[in-house]
Design a protein around this ligand. Structure first.
Ligand code: UDP
Ligand code: MG
Length: 328
């Protein structure tokens, strides 16, 4: 589909469009990001009124200073939300979505590092406005810039998600356009672990997948450390699938079988009087059994932890400060 087809159509009502961007230590990218947003989403667009909502996710560099300065500029369209600490990308996204929903008809979400091309975002927006689709998901088609490690772990992640029965589109990150109704449905999910791309697969609506080419990170390094990536993957799986719990049941069945075999072996050795020579098999069984036990307890722990967190009903993010565009 091509966007020109839609540009020729007329829409009678002006749409409010918010671009929501979580930022964590992105001070080096903010100026260029806003410059590109300004030059692509024009003030004089007859069909849309744009606002850019930058969510500072507890940065420790000059990110908030830059955001508030830009939003205080004359005729600025930059809004800033400052979270009280680093809540993580997904919660920052949620904070932005909830705030944007107060006035937006369509919401674009993208990263601050310019890896998500703004031109692609515009095309996706046109699709969402003029076609029957409520949600347009950006799918990484070609990624020349991520490391081999990042690409292979990401591939395994999507495979694992599908294996555990989570219906998630591969290579779809948090680059998307959603209309008001689908965004409301998304944030209606009160999950403590707000794993956006997984919840999107649960809410339905008509979704279109738009392939795009990933750009190079404008400045700085990825803000997803290996630790954050593991946390993200584990939260993604355990917040959407209970299959790992079934795995514990299957594993215990397998263990039961192994124990039966060991029992037969022990009885045979006892009958033959050859008892001392079983040392290695005993050691092996102990290690295998303990290993499995720890794994199963670990999986149970993950879910119990989730139940615990959900029962506390703590806020998923805290807004410390808001910066609105200056009206002078
Ligand atoms: N981000 C965030 N909080 C975090 C980590 C990341 O708000 O704790 C933001 C980050 O500033 C960026 C987006 O989430 O706008 C995606 O992060 P990044 O580009 O570092 O991830 P990658 O593209 O390497 O997967
Ligand atoms: Mg990035």
């Amino acid at each position: 589909m091509h966007e020109d087809k839609f540009e020729s159509k007329n829409i009678s009502v002006i749409k409010n469009v918010a671009v929501v961007i979580p930022c964590f230590n992105e001070a080096e990218s903010i100026d260029e990001l806003v410059r590109q947003l300004d030059s692509n989403f024009l003030v004089e667009d007859p069909q849309c009124i744009y606002s850019f909502l930058l969510v500072d996710d507890g940065s420790v560099d000059e990110t908030w200073y830059k955001i508030s300065k830009l939003s205080n500029n004359r005729n600025s369209r930059v809004y800033g939300l400052r979270l009280s600490r680093n809540f993580g990308h997904q919660k920052a996204l949620l904070a932005g979505l909830e705030y944007a929903l107060k006035s937006a008809d369509f919401i674009i979400t993208m990263d601050a590092d310019l890896q998500h091309p703004i031109k692609a975002a515009k095309k996706m927006l046109l699709l969402a406005i003029y076609s029957e689709y409520n949600i347009v998901l950006g799918q990484r088609e070609l990624d020349e810039y991520s490391s081999f490690f990042k690409k292979s772990t990401s591939k395994s992640f999507y495979k694992l998600m599908n294996y555990f029965g989570v219906d998630i589109v591969p290579n779809v990150s948090d680059f998307r356009v959603m209309d008001k109704a689908s965004t409301e449905a998304l944030i209606d999910h009160g999950d403590t672990t707000f794993f956006t791309r997984g919840i999107i697969s649960l809410i339905g609506f008509s979704q279109f997948i738009y392939a795009y080419k990933v750009e190079k990170r404008f400045a700085g390094k990825s803000k997803y450390s290996t630790r954050k990536m593991i946390k993200f993957a584990s939260e993604g799986i355990t917040s959407l699938s209970i299959s790992p719990l079934r795995l514990t049941f299957l594993a215990s069945l397998a263990m039961f079988g192994i124990c039966g075999l060991v029992l037969i072996y022990v009885i045979r050795s006892w009958i033959s009087g050859n008892i001392v020579s079983g040392w290695s098999s005993i050691m092996l069984s102990i290690y295998i059994l303990f290993g499995f036990n720890f794994l199963l307890i670990g999986i149970l722990g993950e879910y119990i932890g989730k139940i615990y967190q959900q029962s506390l009903r703590r806020p998923r993010y805290i807004i410390q400060e808001v910066s609105l565009p200056s009206t002078n």
